[in-house]
Design a protein around this ligand. Structure first.
Ligand code: GDP
Length: 138
């Protein structure tokens, strides 16, 4: 069990002005921010980040969406961070997400689902390292 996870507030949520409310919900759930940046990904960067999904039919759509506007990327800390954050954001498809979860509140489709949350300790480390240098995390 690790105490860190990685998140992105996706372009659908930043463009609709939900960034503040989402960060507030994350912090009130007990996560503390260890690194954070506001960034507009290039196609190459989003393609590399989601390379694990390259063979999936929605890969092109996902990469295009993630480059459609700025995102907020962050490393978060809390006991049992990966699992607790996945609970906080809810299921990939907002229609299946529990009431009160971030995706239930802010997602509008299976693709445009407001937030990313790492699915394992190993991926949390890989994803955090993709966005942040040692000087940018605390
Ligand atoms: P997650 O771990 O809950 O984010 O879900 P996945 O790892 O399965 O998928 C990664 C991301 O791809 C999701 O968060 C969605 O933004 C997107 N995605 C997943 N399934 C679909 C789909 O069927 N269509 C589209 N357009 N995007 C999808």
């Amino acid at each position: 069990m690790s105490n860190r996870t990685f998140t992105m507030i996706k372009p659908d949520a930043t463009s609709k002005g939900h960034t503040g409310a989402i960060l507030d919900q994350i912090i009130k759930a007990g996560f503390s921010v260890k690194a954070m940046k506001w960034i507009h990904l290039t196609t190459a960067q989003a393609g590399e980040f989601y390379a694990v999904h390259k063979e999936r039919p929605f890969y092109g759509e996902l990469v295009e969406f993630m480059c459609s506007g700025p995102i907020v990327a962050a490393i978060l800390e809390k006991e049992n961070a990966v699992a607790d954050f996945r609970t906080l954001i809810g299921a990939t498809n907002f229609k299946d997400a529990a009431e009160g979860t971030i995706r239930k509140k802010y997602a509008t489709s299976i693709g445009e689902n407001a937030v990313h949350g790492s699915d394992s300790d190993e991926n949390a480390k890989i994803e955090g390292d993709f966005f942040f240098s040692g000087l940018e995390r605390f």
